[in-house]
Every structure is written in C-alpha cells, then in structure tokens.
Design a protein around this ligand. Structure first.
Ligand code: VAH
Length: 314
C-alpha cells in the first residue's frame, strides 16, 4: 500500500486522487497534520500524522503494511522566510523519518519533491543544467538542496530507493494558493474571474519555470513507476514544461476575459523569484524515464478558467 504524507497540500491533494484512481482507493492512505477537502477525506483511508514524528509514521506503516511513501509535507518558500527554523525542521525531519524507515527496510520506495528553489542567484538562469552551481538564498531552497544530498547519500550508502523531482512552479485549481512564490500564477485566475483585475506581488518581467498540475502528477507517477535502473540521478531530476512572466499570463487570460487588467506591487517575494532560474534543461528526465509535458500556457488558462468559473458566478 501507499502512504501520502502532506496529502492535503497543493500537490498532495491531486496526487492522492490520481494514485487512488490508479491503484484503488483503499490501497492509498492519505495523511496530513489536519483534515482536508471532503472528496479526499471520503474517497479512502485518512490518518492525522505529523510528518516530523517518526513513531507516528512507523505506526501507520506497520498498521497498513505500507511499501511506498510519498512525502509531500513541506513549508514552501515564502512562508519559510517568515519562519526559518520551523521551515527547516519540518522539511528536514520529515525527510529523515522517511529515509530512515527505508534504511530499516520498513518501506521499499520513497518519492520526495525537490524544487527549482535549489538554484540560487549565481546559477545560470537560462536552460539551467542538471548539474550546476547551486547557492540557494532561501530557507526553502537550502532545505531542498540539503535534502537532495541526503537522498543521494541514503541511496548510495544504504541502497534506499528514493526518487525525486525538482518541481517548477505548479498551477492548479483544486486547492487555494499556499505560501509559494510562484502561487501568483494561481491567484491571478481566481482574481481575474472574481474582480477582472489582479495586483501582482512580482513585477511583470519576472519569468519563472512553470507547469500545470496534471503534468506534475504525470511526472511523479512516471518516475515512481520506472524500473530502478533507469533512475540515474538519485539527488533529484530537473523537470520543465513552460516558462512565462506575469505579463504573458495576463495576456493569455485576456484572450478569455478581455477586460482583465493587471497591476504590479512587488513585495519580499520578488527577491525570492529573482534568485531562481528562468528556464530549466530537463534532458535527463526526458532521456532516463521518458518525461514529456503536455500543457502550454493557453491550455492551462483554458483549464483554470473552465474549472474555476463556477466558483465565481458573473
Ligand atoms: C514555491 N511553489 O513557490 C513552490 C515551488 C519553485 C516554487 O517550490 O515555494
């Protein structure tokens, strides 16, 4: 069976639904520090677990005979800048708990999300390579870079089958934005439908790597389904789909909502975004385990507006 830690988060929510669809509702145990959306709570087993508590995870692993763990619990970039030690402790202790369960052979396989946040201001900004200078300047990025080093160490030293993806910004409609710097790209659709205008906390030229949630879920399931010998990078894989800036996403929205207007009021998150790459080279993921994205910006806008418009009747 599969255990998802952080199942009520932005990726966790849709990953739980996708894994239940693929493997059967009762094969996928969802867990989080608090309850989540009704659909997730009702579609299969749910347990309250604090991912920083080793015994709590171990109890559930034993009770449900868990063989695979997806660790989706984390504090994202903007929030971790407000609470550095809480962010570090959550992001690192949850990872050590899951890596040690695998080292003790209590589970067989782990998925752990990294992020483009592992790259810093000195990293090449265009077509950022799989291996390059990484001097992250955020708590979140430091925790993800360190986590990658530990994943590779546990794989090489103890044979732990841990697999990881450096997610770009992810756009989804099933959960509200949750403390990410890239979450302007989610909020903008809600505000476009509700007010026909959006005040963006990044400036209009801030280009970032982005991906639609369906592509991110596909990549996660693909890397976990691939034979172990195909997973050559045991730190984490670069993954890319598209890159755009607030001006470009606003133009895409205007094709559906002509009166939509955007204005800019950059805040502390501008410095976070400026430290990240603008585009990513994900050739290794495409070569090693067949990664290929599907959604471009206008397709994302179609999906977001079609799924959100019922929430904001005109
Ligand atoms: C964040 N959405 O903004 C996350 C992600 C690359 C960004 O890690 O913190």
């Amino acid at each position: 069976r599969i255990l998802i830690l952080g199942a009520c988060g932005q990726i966790g929510t849709e990953l739980t639904n996708a894994l239940r669809e693929k493997y059967g509702n009762h094969k996928v145990i969802a867990s989080d520090i608090r309850e989540g959306e009704p659909e997730l709570m009702q579609s299969g087993p749910f347990e309250i677990i604090d991912a920083t508590n080793y015994e709590a995870i171990e109890n559930i692993v034993i009770r449900y005979e868990i063989s695979e763990v997806y660790l989706m619990a984390a504090m994202l970039s903007a929030t971790a800048e407000k609470f550095p030690m809480k962010g570090w402790n959550l992001n690192m202790n949850s990872l050590f708990n899951v890596l040690n369960l695998a080292k003790e052979k209590k589970i067989e396989k782990i998925f752990w999300p990294s992020s483009i946040a592992v790259f810093g201001p000195t990293t090449p900004k265009q077509d950022t390579p799989q291996r390059t200078v990484m001097e992250p300047s955020t708590v979140y990025g430091i925790s993800k870079q360190t986590g990658e080093r530990w994943c590779e160490y546990y794989n090489k030293r103890y044979g732990v089958d841990v697999r990881s993806i450096r997610y770009p910004g992810i756009i989804s409609w099933q959960t509200l934005p949750g403390g990410g710097t890239t979450d302007y790209a989610i909020d903008i659709y809600h505000k476009a439908l509700k007010h026909k205008k959006y005040i963006c906390f990044l400036n209009g030229e801030t280009t970032l790597p982005m991906m639609y949630m369906a592509d991110a879920i596909k990549a996660t399931i693909d890397i976990m389904s691939a034979p172990a010998e195909q997973i050559k990078n045991r730190s984490s894989y670069n993954l890319a789909a598209i890159s755009f800036n607030p001006e470009e996403i606003a133009a895409s929205i205007r094709k559906q909502i002509p009166k939509f207007t955007i204005s800019y009021a950059p805040d502390f998150r501008q410095a976070i975004a400026d430290s990240w790459p603008q585009s990513i080279d994900d050739m290794d993921a495409r070569t090693d385990w067949g990664w290929q994205h599907s959604y471009d910006l206008d397709a994302i806008t179609d999906e977001m507006i079609n799924n959100l418009k019922s929430k904001y009747p005109r």
